[in-house]
Design a protein around this ligand. Structure first.
Ligand code: NAP
Length: 248
């Protein structure tokens, strides 16, 4: 079943990790894909090649999601190239962990800008075309730590909690225009972001999860597919925890 046939999607941060897998899964479901990256040129080219060889219309854009003007330009360019914007996945994100005592202002600001302000930038940028077509689905990548907090991640958890508030307010504002907005709160998903953790810490995480494993990028991509597609046409304003039962 092609759940995204003929739909144009923008995915921020698809050169690696979760965004990369979302792009692959969306391509399998017939989407036309515009994706962004910040610096991974080679990975972006590889993804373009991989998806277009499967018959998908795809283009990678080097675009900093934390930059308001660049986000607007990206949406304009995608509209020109693809003709519509039906789905936005705000996935780009970074961590700069550290105890609050030692956290620099720069590390706080960069995490807020790339994780949270990017969601404002990109949502604003796609609003006009979505309002015009009276249809759209926006999916924001949050985190369980935005729901429950985490020591050593005040900046990151604040950015993800802010995304959840933004998601709910956007859903309330735009529901009457048939534009839906939801967030996904992944738990511990094994990607390059989590490779930075030591083996002992990873095992400790795995053991603390009711399903006794870290999540995969497929686990997140499949829920993103559901929220992007018309399968979820009566779901908006929700934060969906995808965390193997870490949060109940
Ligand atoms: P990742 O492997 O580090 O990949 C991050 C992606 O975001 C890369 O494609 C990167 O591009 C891109 N990016 C970073 N800054 C950007 C910017 N300013 N503008 C545009 N793109 C930018 O991360 P991940 O683990 O897949 O995480 C993806 C999302 O899921 C993030 O929002 C993260 O907070 C969230 N999340 C992850 C986990 C987890 O366990 N992994 C758990 C909860 C939530 P370059 O390759 O060019 O740098």
């Amino acid at each position: 079943m092609n759940l995204l046939e003929g739909k144009t999607v923008i995915i921020t941060g698809a050169s690696r990790g979760i965004g990369n897998r979302i792009a692959e899964v969306f391509a399998l479901h017939g989407a036309n894909i515009a994706f962004t990256y910040r610096s991974s040129e080679k990975e972006a080219k590889d993804l373009e090649k991989e998806l277009s060889s499967n018959g998908c219309k795809v283009k990678g854009y080097k675009s900093d999601a934390s930059d308001f003007d660049a986000s607007q330009k990206l949406a304009d360019d995608v509209l020109k190239e693809f003709g519509s914007i039906d789905v936005l996945v705000n996935n780009a994100g970074i961590t700069k962990d550290g105890l609050l005592m030692r956290m620099s202002e720069e590390d706080f600001d960069s995490v807020m800008d790339i994780n949270m302000k990017s969601v404002f930038n990109m949502t604003k940028a796609v609003l006009r075309p979505m309002l015009k077509q009276r249809k759209g689905s926006i999916v924001n990548m949050s985190s369980v730590v935005g729901v429950k907090g985490n020591a050593g991640q005040t900046n990151y958890s604040a950015s993800k909690a802010a995304i959840n508030g933004f998601t709910k307010s956007t859903a309330l504002e735009l529901g009457s225009r048939n534009i839906r907005c939801n967030s996904i709160a992944p738990g511990f998903i094994e990607t390059e972001m989590t490779d930075a953790l030591g083996e002992d810490q990873v095992n400790e995480w795995r053991n603390s999860i009711p399903l006794k494993r870290g999540g995969t990028t497929d686990d997140i991509a499949n829920v993103t597919l559901f929220l992007a597609s018309d399968m979820s046409s009566y779901v908006t304003g929700q934060v969906i925890n995808v965390c193997g039962g870490m949060l109940t």
